[in-house]
Design a protein around this ligand. Structure first.
Ligand code: BTN
Length: 249
């Protein structure tokens, strides 16, 4: 698999969900190359855990569809690699973002961006990833349990709110993360997370399905991208899906 050019860029004035649009296209027609779809307005945007993410031009909302053939291995941990590369791309531009496991992008402890990673199978049985990002350029009302941040909090010059600029930076970060996981597995991601993980070595509350929340200290991620926490019973490995966490106040 080669993650490279050509890339088609498309922009629509309004849609329900850019992720849903690309998933549907892949299921109907397949995907021959990477497609980036941006919507200026999203009315039925979807987030993780059944959350919604709708908005207007104050939020950069787009999805990237990347053909991965039959390389399903790449899916394991890819969401962590994408979060890490998004943070890296922002830090290179002076924005001191962090990633909260598994992939909320935080700025000063509040949510700056959300990432939704999905996949679809084409009629020719080839798979594609669909990676959707909602990135707050200015104050937005997107779903978050711990408040919203936006680029406007950083005091950037007005020109730096240029959505096209941030789009190309974030798309580059996404493509780099998929290339990296394809070529090297999750090793580089684990090393990156050590530097950019929100709440590392801090006390958090862990919420597991059908269990009372419990306190633990955030340790890091393991080689498979699972979360490592230390509680009274020692180090515990937690698998994404049914787990969520919150900083203990
Ligand atoms: C989250 O819950 O944090 C993930 C939010 C992802 C939102 C983006 S906006 C563009 C793309 N289209 C969608 O329907 N969702 C993603």
């Amino acid at each position: 698999m080669t993650i490279s050019d050509p890339i088609s860029y498309e922009c629509v004035s309004e849609t329900g969900s850019t992720n849903s649009d690309l998933l549907e296209r892949i299921r109907k027609e397949g995907l021959s190359h990477t497609v980036v779809l941006r919507a200026l307005r999203q009315t039925q945007g979807r987030g993780t855990r059944g959350r919604t993410w709708s908005g207007n031009v104050d939020c950069l909302m787009f999805s990237v569809a990347i053909p991965i053939g039959n390389n399903l291995q790449i899916m394991s941990g890819i969401t962590l690699a994408i979060g890490a590369h998004v943070v890296l791309a922002l830090r290179k531009r002076g924005i001191n973002a962090e990633v909260k496991w598994p992939n909320d992008i935080l700025l000063n402890g509040k949510k700056l961006a959300g990432i939704l990673v999905e996949s679809a199978k084409a009629p020719n049985h080839q798979y594609s990833l669909v990676i959707g990002i909602g990135f707050n350029l200015k104050i937005q009302n997107c779903s978050s349990d711990y408040g919203h941040a936006s680029l406007s909090d950083v005091g950037l010059p007005t020109m730096d709110f240029d959505a096209q600029y941030w789009l190309s930076i974030l798309v580059d970060g996404i493509l780099e993360s998929v290339r990296e996981v394809n070529n090297c597995g999750l090793g580089p991601t684990v090393a990156l997370w050590d530097k950019i993980m929100a709440y590392k070595n801090q006390a958090v509350l862990i919420f597991e399905e059908e269990e009372a929340p419990y306190e633990a200290t955030l340790v890091g991620i393991d080689s498979k991208g699972h979360l490592l926490v230390r509680s009274d019973n020692g180090i515990k490995t937690l698998i994404s899906g049914t787990i969520s966490l919150r900083l203990k106040k």
